[in-house]
Design a protein around this ligand. Structure first.
Ligand SMILES: Cc1cc2nc3c(=O)[nH]c(=O)nc-3n(C[C@H](O)[C@H](O)[C@H](O)COP(=O)(O)OP(=O)(O)OC[C@H]3O[C@@H](n4cnc5c(N)ncnc54)[C@H](O)[C@@H]3O)c2cc1C
Length: 306
């Protein structure tokens, strides 16, 4: 737990971000979790993922953007991704972060920028998932999502909830009334006990409660996890309640539990792989290390291999 908090703390240090980006051995190791630096690197990976029976979601890495010009570049990058999806015929949607679209500068700016991307996706018959970030932006992220959802359809834009947050079950109930497509995940940031469950068992049991609520709603949701217990609970619940395999999708991260991704796809479940790419991989990469102590040993071992 201390290691996890320390790594998440380090993930937010800008000085280290600059250092890591310039340190070749570190950069090489990111290929385990990051699909490359350019949109075409990600397209190539997604072709392979599609060939293996899964769909994908693009994530252009660059969170907490603090200059308006950079924010505009992010919007353009997402418009480019949506165009590339159509040109190449790959099966993928996109995931965005509102801090990437200027949330820390001005929430209205983030809304307007997200709106530009959702509008383009809707026109193309594609879908935008709004990722959930740290708890200081949970409410504003939900507010912006609700505005978008009022303007666009159920199949144009969706949201993410995190089972480690105490508020999440109620948020899920409220969002289902819109209705909304939800991705449930456990949550990847450092949160205090006032807002989040500290005990893994509580995070897991809340995950199962929310998953059951989602599956019973009749709406197409994303069950994002690599945890075999969460996956088994989802499959059992669906079987018990006669919920079709095609009524929801499992979602996993690029480079994590590929065996499980292929297995579920082979078993006839919908599987979507979240595919991050771009130069600003440092915070994302550090959060992945934080999730599994063995990943740190993987990094250390490979650094000394040279
Ligand atoms: C598609 C997708 C989208 C996500 N979007 C968000 C989001 O918007 N906001 C957010 O806060 N979080 C997001 N996350 C991250 C999520 O919150 C968790 O941090 C992450 O998925 C680990 O949780 P877990 O459910 O896999 O369970 P855990 O209990 O963390 O892990 C269960 C098992 O999965 C394997 N595993 C998990 N992570 C790794 C890893 N990094 N490397 C190797 N093995 C691993 C291990 O075998 C581990 O024992 C997303 C995750 C996925 C899969």
């Amino acid at each position: 737990m201390v290691t996890r908090s320390a790594l998440i703390y380090l993930s937010r240090q800008d000085g280290l971000k600059e250092f890591a980006a310039r340190f070749p051995p570190f950069k090489k190791l990111t290929t385990r979790f990051v699909a490359g630096e350019t949109v075409d690197d990600a397209v190539a990976m997604i072709r392979q993922i599609n060939a293996d029976g899964a769909t994908a979601s693009f994530d252009h890495l660059n969170e907490s953007v603090s200059h308006e010009s950079e924010v505009d570049q992010e919007v353009r990058e997402y418009l480019r991704i949506l165009a590339r999806i159509d040109e190449t015929g790959i099966r993928s949607n996109v995931s965005i972060k509102l801090t990437q679209f200027g949330l820390e500068l001005d929430s209205d700016l983030a809304y307007k920028n997200a709106r530009r991307v959702v509008e383009d996706a809707a026109r193309r018959g594609n879908f935008v998932r709004v990722d959930m970030e740290a708890s200081n932006v949970t409410q504003v992220t939900l507010d912006i999502f609700k505005r978008l959802r009022e303007e666009f359809g159920l199949n144009d834009v969706g949201i993410v909830l995190q089972s480690y947050l105490r508020r999440t079950y109620e948020d899920a109930e409220q969002l289902l009334k819109l209705p909304a497509r939800i991705r449930i995940c456990k949550g990847a940031y450092n949160e205090p006990p006032e807002v989040a469950f500290m005990d893994k068992r509580e995070v897991d049991s809340n995950y199962v409660r929310v998953m059951q609520l989602l599956l019973s709603s009749g709406i197409y949701h994303g069950i994002a996890t690599h945890d075999p217990k969460m996956i088994a609970a989802t499959i059992d619940y669906a079987q018990l309640h006669g919920i079709d395999k095609g009524a929801f999708e499992f979602q996993m991260l690029f480079g994590v539990r590929r065996d499980l991704q292929y297995q579920l796809a082979r078993d006839g479940y919908n599987v979507r792989v979240y595919v991050p790419y771009g130069k600003h991989w440092y915070p994302y990469f550090m959060r992945r290390l934080a999730e599994r102590p063995a990943n740190i040993w993987f990094v250390v071992k490979n650094m000394f291999k040279g």
